[in-house]
Design a protein around this ligand. Structure first.
Ligand code: COA
Length: 162
């Protein structure tokens, strides 16, 4: 059986990460966002999953401002290679990423994603409702990871999100 490992993203991984995002999302938008987040210095934490030397999964975390203060984290883009999806790689990346963020005393993580996928990690659309963002609805979710998290406010995303 091929083992899956995870590690921090390195600069030389970027082309493979963009190609992975393009394949998983069947489009160029998420790969471009990822490249821009890194180019702008707006990536907080970036992880990849690999099997042998092939990158098969990627997750990005970035800074979100709440009412102008750097008090929140965003999750995304996130992708797993078509063909190896549904094997727990995505779940591993989410859980692996939340550990150092919690240890760094980050309090709150937002995601815009599949409403049926992220609740299993404790993300909630209901809890995100008091926050103002460029998006809303069931795909806009939040998870509190430490005490003292803001309970409402206006979110500002990095320039990579347009
Ligand atoms: C979404 C994605 C990152 C999940 O990664 P993964 O490794 O396939 O997921 P896991 O193996 O950890 O989890 C599989 C579980 O999630 C579910 N799942 C996978 N994709 C899902 C989706 N789009 N919506 C709802 N559930 C989904 C599976 O049914 C499975 O459920 P189970 O645990 O009850 O059996 C991956 O499928 C992917 O890259 N998709 C295309 C790009 C994308 O949509 N990225 C996320 C944007 S928010």
């Amino acid at each position: 059986m091929t083992e899956t490992w995870m590690r921090l993203t390195r600069p030389e991984d970027m082309d493979a990460i963009v190609a992975l995002n393009d394949a998983a999302f069947r489009g160029k938008e998420e790969g471009a966002i990822t490249r821009r987040l890194h180019a702008d210095g707006d990536s907080l934490l970036s992880l990849i999953a690999h099997r042998n030397e092939e990158i098969v999964g990627h997750i990005e975390f970035f800074r979100i401002l709440i009412d102008g203060q750097p008090s929140a984290v965003g999750l995304g883009p996130m992708s797993v290679k078509p063909g190896v999806q549904g094997q727990g790689i995505g779940a591993g990346l989410v859980r692996m990423g939340l550990i150092p963020l919690s240890a760094r005393a980050e309090t709150i993580v937002f995601v815009l994603g599949h409403p049926d996928y992220y609740p299993k990690f404790g993300f909630s659309a209901e809890a995100a409702a008091p926050f103002t963002a460029p998006w809303s609805g069931p795909a806009f979710m939040v998870k509190v990871i430490n005490p003292g998290a803001p309970e409402a406010g206006e979110l500002t995303y990095p320039a990579a999100f347009g």
